[in-house]
Structure formats: C-alpha cells, structure tokens
Design a protein around this ligand. Structure first.
Ligand SMILES: Nc1ncnc2c1ncn2[C@@H]1O[C@H](COP(=O)(O)OP(=O)(O)OP(=O)(O)O)[C@@H](O)[C@H]1O
Ligand SMILES: [Mg+2]
Length: 255
C-alpha cells in the first residue's frame, strides 16, 4: 500500500475526526467530501506532513512517517485550497513560482541538477497543466482564479510525486474548465494516488475508487455506490442534501 493510516486522529489541540483508517494505493482516486469546517483541509494538511496528528500513525510505502514530515515531501504534491491563499504576498512570476518550489525541493533532498534540467522540467510541467507561455512572466496574483489553480497544480507536480493531495481544485474554475481539469486529474491518476476534496462529487464520481465523507467528528469511506446514499449523506449534511433522480446535489451555505 502506498498510503496507510492507523487510528489517525486529526485536529488542532482538540480532535476533529478520530481513528481514521485509510489504505490507499497507486492508481486510485479518493474523493473527500463533507460540510464546511468538517476537517477536509485538516486531513490533507496532516497527510502532507504540515500538521502533526493528535494521535495515530501514517505510513507511506510501508514506512512510518508520522513524526517525520521531511521524509514525506518527496512523495507528496499538495495543492492548497485557493481561498486559504493570501493574495498580498510579494509579487512572483508564474515561472519563478514553480521553479522556486522545485529548487527548494531539490535542495531539501540534496539533489543536484543542471540549470537546463531545472528549466526543462519547469517548462514541461507548465505546458502539462496548460499555462500559455505568454503567462509565464506574469505575476501569479494577476492571473484569473482558474489560471492560478493550474499554476498551483504545476507546483504540486513539478517533483513528480506519487501522491497528489488536491484541496478543492475545482473551486474557482468555470464548468468548461472543470472538465479540462478533471481530465487532467484522470490522466494523472494512472500512476499516482490522488486524494481530492470537493463539494460536488458528480465531476469525478465515475473515476473515483472510494469516497470519504467526514463531518460531525466521524467519517465513512467506501465505494461511491455504498457512500453516496441518501441516508448516509443526510447523517453528515443534515437537511442541506436532497437527491434528484440519480444525481445528488449538495448545497453549501458559506457564511
Ligand atoms: N489553524 C487552525 N487552528 C485552529 N483551528 C483551525 C485551524 N484551521 C482550521 N481550524 C478549524 O478546524 C475545523 C476544520 O477546518 P478545515 O479547514 O479542515 O475544514 P474543511 O472541511 O476543509 O472546510 P471547508 O469546506 O470550509 O474548506 C474548523 O472548525 C476550523 O475552524
Ligand atoms: Mg477546506
């Protein structure tokens, strides 16, 4: 198994969700759903080694990494939730943003590459996510939300990690762009494990191997058909959910 957790308890001082048991492998897609404040971002940050779990264990490739966040970086690409990004940070171009991340990664593992190799990889990954070359010299804070989301994906991918943690990658992308982004994720899934949070499971439900719903301190995980059922979702979402024919719609009430 590529990623496993045992009795993982996440939260900030006080537990948000307890005893999370995951067992996930390459080539899999896990969708994580749940109401605002449920702990989706907290789970991703904990798996990325950015937050210390309150209890339990995390294993990557069979090796315990729970208290060794540095060892996790090689394996993980993390796309943060866009709204958590502060747009007032100093200006940096699209190209530099991805290159800096790559250089920091290489330095942390003491890997020496030539300038040309670095340039080639940064260009390759920016091309892969569909960022036109004319945007490479632009400040990332002057891009549209959807363009910025692609650049953040490029940054998460630049070191070719086996595990991709994508926190609401579709949030600021229009419906047409969502399809393109979803296709990109399906393509990446072939040789990676992807864990993706989203509020609308419809976009990727047919490609997801498992769905996890978290909320109110607990969680459920299983095949989409087992989890996306009215009685289960109602437990986590209360009355903000209703089914129309075969489609399930979830309404989020952002404050
Ligand atoms: N740095 C922090 N310190 C303390 N509590 C936090 C911190 N960050 C988030 N929280 C709290 O932890 C809970 C879970 O937050 P989290 O961001 O994981 O939710 P989420 O499921 O990602 O929600 P959303 O759908 O809004 O993104 C919330 O109640 C939030 O207020
Ligand atoms: Mg979140």
């Amino acid at each position: 198994m590529l990623l496993e957790t045992r009795k993982l308890t996440i939260g900030y001082g006080k537990p948000l969700v307890r005893d999370i048991e995951l067992s996930l492998d390459r080539g899999e897609l896990l969708l994580v759903m749940g109401p605002n404040g449920a702990g989706k971002t907290t789970l991703l940050k904990t798996l990325a080694g950015l937050l210390t779990p309150l209890d339990g264990h995390i294993y990557i490739d069979g090796v315990e990494v729970t208290h060794n966040p540095k060892s996790v970086g090689r394996y993980i690409g993390y796309l943060p939730q866009l709204s958590l990004y502060n747009t007032s940070i100093f200006p940096i171009t699209v190209y530099e943003f991805v290159k800096n991340a790559y250089e920091i990664y290489l330095k942390s593992l003491d890997i020496r590459l030539s300038k040309n190799e670095i340039v080639r990889r940064v260009a390759e990954v920016l091309d892969m996510v569909g960022i036109d070359r004319e945007l490479w010299g632009k400040s990332i804070w002057k891009l549209s939300g959807g363009q910025r989301q692609r650049v953040l994906l490029a940054r998460a991918l630049v070191h070719d990690p086996l595990i991709l943690l994508l926190d609401e990658p579709f949030s600021s992308i229009d419906p047409e762009g969502r399809k393109v982004f979803a296709d990109m994720i399906i393509d990446l899934k072939r040789d990676k494990l992807i864990i993706l949070t989203c509020h609308d499971p419809i976009i990727l439900v047919n490609q997801s191997d498992n769905i996890m719903v978290i909320g109110r301190g607990s969680y459920v995980i299983g095949k989409p058909g087992e989890v996306l059922r009215d009685e289960i979702l109602r437990k986590f979402y209360g009355d903000s959910i209703f089914g129309v024919e075969k489609h399930i719609h979830i309404y989020d009430f952002h404050s």
